[in-house]
Ligand binder design. Structure first.
Ligand SMILES: CC(C)(COP(=O)(O)OP(=O)(O)OC[C@H]1O[C@@H](n2cnc3c(N)ncnc32)[C@H](O)[C@@H]1OP(=O)(O)O)[C@@H](O)C(=O)NCCC(=O)NCCS
Length: 129
C-alpha cells in the first residue's frame, strides 16, 4: 500500500472529494471532515462532531468504490476512534442501514454494539472508548 495521510478538509477542498461524497451535503460543512489522501488523490473519508457531552458522532464514512476492501476504511475508522479518544470522548456513535452488512461487520470488529433502531431501516451503534 502506498504512503497515505488522513487530513482535515476545509469546505473549499470538498470538490476534491467528489469521487466518494455528495459534496452538496451541507452536513459536510457543519462537521469536522477528514479525508484519506494517497498519491495526491482523496479516496475516502469521514465526518466527525461532538453529539452531546463526551459522545462523538461518526458519519459520511465512504471509500471510493474501486478501492474498497483494501483496508482504507479500517484505517479511517481507527483514525476517528483515536481522534475522539484524544479529545476526551467516552463514547462514539454512528448510524448504519440495517442491510449494510459489510459495514456492520466492520463496526462489530471494532467493538461497536447495536443500541436501537432509529428508523425502520437504520440502527444506532455505539462503542465505548
Ligand atoms: C464501509 C466502507 C467505508 C469500508 O471501507 P473499506 O475500505 O472497504 O474497508 P476495509 O478495506 O477496511 O474493509 C473492511 C471490511 O469490509 C469488507 N468490505 C466492505 N466492502 C467491501 C467491498 N466493496 N469490497 C470488498 N470488501 C469489502 C472487507 O472485506 C473487510 O472485511 P474483513 O475485515 O472482514 O476482511 C466501504 O465499504 C464503503 O465506502 N461503503 C459504501 C459506503 C458505506 O456503506 N458507508 C458506511 C455507512 S454507515
Amino acid at each position: 500500500m502506498n504512503k497515505y495521510e488522513i487530513l482535515e478538509i476545509t469546505p473549499d477542498e470538498l470538490p476534491k472529494c467528489s469521487s466518494f461524497w455528495n459534496i452538496n451535503d451541507t452536513r459536510l460543512i457543519e462537521r469536522k471532515v477528514f479525508a484519506y489522501k494517497i498519491d495526491d488523490e482523496y479516496v475516502g473519508g469521514c465526518a466527525l462532531f461532538v453529539r452531546y457531552e463526551k459522545c462523538g458522532h461518526f458519519s459520511h464514512f465512504d471509500v471510493r468504490s474501486d478501492l474498497r476492501g483494501n483496508g482504507i476504511g479500517s484505517r479511517i475508522l481507527e483514525f476517528a476512534i483515536q481522534y475522539f479518544k484524544d479529545i476526551g470522548m467516552e463514547k462514539m456513535r454512528l448510524h448504519v442501514l440495517k442491510d449494510n452488512k459489510s459495514a456492520i461487520r466492520l463496526y462489530k470488529k471494532y467493538a461497536f454494539e447495536y443500541v436501537e433502531d432509529i428508523t425502520p431501516e437504520k440502527i444506532v451503534m455505539i462503542k465505548i472508548l
